[in-house]
Design a protein around this ligand. Structure first.
Ligand SMILES: Cc1cc2nc3c(=O)[nH]c(=O)nc-3n(C[C@H](O)[C@H](O)[C@H](O)COP(=O)(O)OP(=O)(O)OC[C@H]3O[C@@H](n4cnc5c(N)ncnc54)[C@H](O)[C@@H]3O)c2cc1C
Length: 384
């Protein structure tokens, strides 16, 4: 890092804002982070799967490269974070098993496997009985699956708590205040105004407020990040010692719907998630809980004996092309880091690195340009 980081304000203390603030501080910046409730956004709802291989999609090969880059950075990021915070982050290398419930679900997994092979990703097809040897409590109805040993998981709530602690130890100043608007003077972002009308100034502002990043006033409408809330309802089950517990993450395709079961140390099982274009509707619906339990018990019947410990909603920051917006914000002094959609936990290490490099370069040369995630790709498309 060069020494040009200076004073930086970070707006938003989800995993992206906290990780960026931590890395910026380690790079020598004096960082102030604003968030009325750090860690309370999508980061709190997320399952924490680090799953570039099982989430590989046609047409998203560029995003896959970024996902794999961040996946490769996770082990060192996790151990450095644990060391610097003194807190665990729940990094779990036990891998992922994807299973198909009926013949067409199995055919879809076979198709995914062919795509993974074409991309050189590590994944092996398994018969139904091989799946059940790995996970004996799986339903006898499943038709087969894929063993994906390199897709791991962390506990995002633990990561959030560790990042907050690491930030504080690295002298990041945390302000529990909502940001109302950015201050713009002569086409340059110079600071912000809080909900209590207090002003704070810094030469660089990093906008990392998740799906609300586009709502913050001050930025000209054409440069506001085009992010939207994509509703995800997710439940947490508690397994007592009498109940079987998956040894790894299980992702299932059940009559065409996706459901996952992510086991945590201590007996918690995260079961998710819906993906709904409902705006910022935070209700947990009976229908969503029913659908998650119905699909999950089709592949792992004993979960119906578990305690229902929590049902919550989170909002993924969706972007128009599903790729994040990380880079210069199209105005002097502005850096954007949002739009991570389904992959914000996975992409935290690479995002924080890019933000720290960009700010340390004085928002000039000396950092690697990445057109696929450049926030300005949307304003350019609109001819601005
Ligand atoms: C159900 C569900 C499951 C998921 N599972 C996974 C998964 O398994 N793996 C994965 O990689 N990703 C997963 N995701 C996606 C991931 O959670 C998000 O991509 C990620 O949390 C985005 O992080 P963020 O910091 O940008 O936003 P958030 O975590 O939403 O944080 C934004 C922060 O900004 C703050 N804020 C908002 N407005 C203001 C303001 N005006 N002033 C100050 N602060 C403000 C909020 O309080 C919040 O703390 C999941 C998401 C959901 C909803």
């Amino acid at each position: 890092m060069t020494g040009k980081a200076g004073d930086v304000i970070v707006v938003g203390g989800g995993i992206i804002g906290l990780a960026s603030a931590w890395r910026l501080s380690l790079a020598g910046a004096r960082v102030t982070l604003f968030d009325p409730a750090p860690g309370s956004g999508a980061t709190r709802a997320a399952a924490g799967m680090l799953a570039p291989v099982t989430e590989a999609h046609y047409g998203e090969e560029e995003l896959l490269r970024l996902n794999l880059e961040s996946m490769a950075a996770w082990p060192a990021f996790a151990s450095e974070l644990e060391q610097q915070s003194g807190l665990e982050v729940g990094y779990d290398r036990s891998g992922t098993l994807a299973v198909g419930y009926d013949p067409s679900d199995k055919a879809a997994l076979d198709e995914l496997w062919r795509f993974q092979q074409k991309l050189g990703l590590e994944s092996s097809p398994l018969s139904a009985s091989a799946c059940r040897s790995l996970e004996p409590a799986l339903s006898p109805s499943i038709r087969g699956g894929l063993d994906v040993p390199t897709d791991h998981q962390v506990d995002p709530r633990q990561v959030g708590a560790a990042l907050l602690e690491a930030c504080q130890r690295a002298r990041v100043s945390i302000r529990h205040e909502r940001v109302e608007s950015l201050l713009v003077e002569r086409a340059r972002v110079t600071g912000l105004r809080t909900g209590e009308a207090r002003e704070e100034r810094a030469p660089t502002v990093v906008l990392a407020a998740g799906w609300r990043s586009g709502e913050i006033a001050g930025i000209p409408p054409g440069l506001r990040p085009p992010v939207r809330p994509v509703k995800g309802q997710v439940i947490r089950l508690r397994l007592d010692e009498r109940l079987p517990r998956p040894a790894r993450t299980i992702r299932a395709l059940v009559r065409g719907s996706f459901v996952y079961l992510v086991p945590r140390r201590g007996g918690e099982l995260v079961c998710g998630a819906t993906s709904e274009e409902m705006g910022a509707d935070s209700r947990v619906t009976a229908g969503a809980v029913y659908q998650l339990l119905r699909d999950a018990q089709s592949v792992y019947p004993s979960i119906l004996e578990a305690e229902l410990a929590e049902a919550i909603t989170g909002f993924r920051p969706g972007s128009p092309d599903n790729a994040p917006l990380v880079g210069p914000g199209g105005m002097a002094g502005l850096v954007i880091a949002t739009g991570h959609f389904r992959h914000g936990i996975l992409l935290a290490p690479v995002t924080a690195r890019i933000v720290a490099e960009l700010v340390s370069s004085g928002l000039g040369e000396g950092w690697e340009r990445r057109p696929a995630i450049d926030p300005r790709r949307f304003s350019r498309r609109a001819g601005r």
